[in-house]
Design a protein around this ligand. Sequence first.
Ligand SMILES: [Fe+2]
Ligand SMILES: [Fe+2]
Length: 160
Amino acid sequence: MQGNSTVIDLLNKQLTLELSSMDQYLAHAKMYEDWGLEKLHQQLSHEYEEELDHAKRITERILFLEGTPDTASRAPIHIGSNVKEMLENDLAAEVLVKDHLKKVIAVCEQAQDYVTRTMLESLLDDTEMDHIYWLEQHINLIKLIGLPNYIQSQLNNHSE
Ligand SMILES: [Fe+2]
Ligand SMILES: [Fe+2]
């Protein structure tokens, strides 16, 4: 089915953002694993998988709309050098994704592409309710209990 060209272009920009955050989370997941921060490693592996799923769903939709998915482009990614910086950089990446999703959703509404809109709303739900919420909680935990205590709380999943 031939889709609206503005919608397809914006979907490709969204795809670039999802793939870029996926790359950032892959690096952060592996850094956490290397540092022995097992809980953070597992959380970031989950976020990596989620971005991969978002990228797949957008790619399928672009193909359905008879567009060409751009799986090669990337936005600048920001790898942190310590836990706090990594959490803050991930929050910044998610906020970018959220803002762009809202823009594409509004354009889909105007173009009466309601199925694409519904798909993007589900991505927005993951972005806001899952990832941004978790990041805000954890950045706040560092403020509440201090960085050394926070890091200790993220060592492993086996001692609970
Ligand atoms: Fe995403
Ligand atoms: Fe995300």
